[in-house]
Design a protein around this ligand. Sequence first.
Ligand code: ARG
Length: 459
Amino acid sequence: PEASMWGGRFTEAPDERMWRYTASLSYDRRLWRHDVRASRAHARMLGRCGILRPEEADRIVAGLETLEDEIAARPELLDGPDEDVHSAVERLLHERIGPVALKLHTARSRNDQVATDLRLYAREACVLLDRAAASLQETLLDRAEQEAQTLLPGLTHLQPAQPVTLGHHLMAYVEMLFRDRQRLREAHGRASVLPLGAGALAGAAFALDRASVAAELGFHALCPNSLDAVSDRDFVLDVLYAAAVIMMHLSRLGEELVLWNHPAFGFVELPDRLATGSSMMPQKKNPDAAELMRGRAGRVAGHLVGLLMVLKGLPLAYNRDLQEDKEPLFDAVDQTVASLEMAAELMGSVRFRRDRMRQACTPDMLATELADYLARRGMPFREAHRIVGNVVQEAARRGVALTGLSPEDLRRHSPLFGNEVKERLTFEAALEARSLPGGTAPSAVRQAIAQARVRLREM
Ligand code: ARG
C-alpha cells in the first residue's frame, strides 16, 4: 500500500486486505490519459492565475507531457502500490520532476478530479459507440439496397401478418440506430460539464479560472454546484442507458438471426467462419455470435440498473460507493462496441435465402388486400373486415388457398368484388400498394435508403 497521499494522520500502514478491497487501480488505470490531460489543464490554469509560479506550472505541464509518452510506451509503469490511477500518476510525476509535483494537487481533490476524468472518458466512449453504430448502419443500408424488393413474410405476434420487403425490415434497424446515436450525442453533451473547482465538496478556496479549464478540455459549461459536481454520476447513467438501448436493439436483431437461422424458417445462412459447432453433435452449426448479442443485452441492462442501485441511497456529497461507477461503465462500453462490430460482421456476410422467404409468404397474408379492396369501393372498413373474415373461414373450410377462390366465390360474400380483384391478390401488388413514405413498397424503401444516406452523411 502507498498511502503517502494521505498518510500524515495515520500511525500504521493500511491493512493489506482492506487495501485489496478498496483499491481501484486495477481497473481505473484505463483513465490514465484522461487524468494526465485534466491535470495538465489544471496546472496550466494554476500558473495563469498566479497560484503557482509560471515556471512551476511549466515544469509540471512538461513533466506530464513526458510522462504521457512514457506510460504510452510502458503501461506497466502504472502497476504500483497506489490506491487508484490518480495517485499513481501523481507518484510517477513526483519521481520524475521532484517536489514541484507536490504542488499539482493545489485547489483540487480526487473527488472533482475523478469526476472530471470520468466525464472525459464518457465523452470518448460516446464517440466510439457512435462510430460503431454508424458503421453498422452503412452495412445495413447496403444490404437493404440489395434486398429492396425481396419478399419477406411480415409477422405480428410471430404469426404470418402481411408481406413486407426484406429491405424495409433491415431499414427498421437503421432507424433504431439513428435514435441510438441521438441518445449518444445527448449523453456526450451532458458529460461535457466541468466538475474541477468543486474541490472535495465545498469548492476550492482559490480564485480559479474554471472557465479556461473547461475550454481547454472541450467542456461547454461548469458544474454550478460543488456538492452536486462531486456526487453526480447522472452522466454515467446516461451513457449506460444509451448503451443498454443499443444492446436491446442488437438483441432483437440477434433473436431474429437465431430464428431465421432455424431450419423451420431457413431465411438466412451464416458463413462457416461466423458459426460454431458442437463438441458432441457432429451435424451442428450454431449461431452463437447472434445469441451472445442477445445475452449481453441483459448484462448491459444490468449495469444500468446496478449503478442506479449504487446511487439511490447516497447522501451528499462524495462517497466511496461512487467508485463502483467505473467497472459497469467500462464493461458496458466494451460490450456494446464489440456487439455493434459483431452485428456489422454478421449482417454484412449473412446469406439471405430469398426463395425460402417467398415460400413462407402464405396466401392468407393477402386477406387485408381484400378488405382494403372493399373499403376502396365505399364499404365501411369494419364491415369489409367482417366479410373477408367470412371469406377466410370459407377458404379454410374448403381447404383452398385464399387466392384459390374465384371472383364468383367472392361475390357470394359481396357484390362489390369485381373480376379484377384477382390482380390485387398478389404479394407484389400488396407491396406496391404501400408506396407512401414509411411504407414497404420497393420504391418507398429505395427512397428511405436514399434519405437515410443523406442523414448519415449529415450527422
Ligand atoms: N478512486 C476514487 C473513485 O474512483 C477516487 C476518489 C477517491 N476519493 C476519496 N476521497 N477517497 O471514486
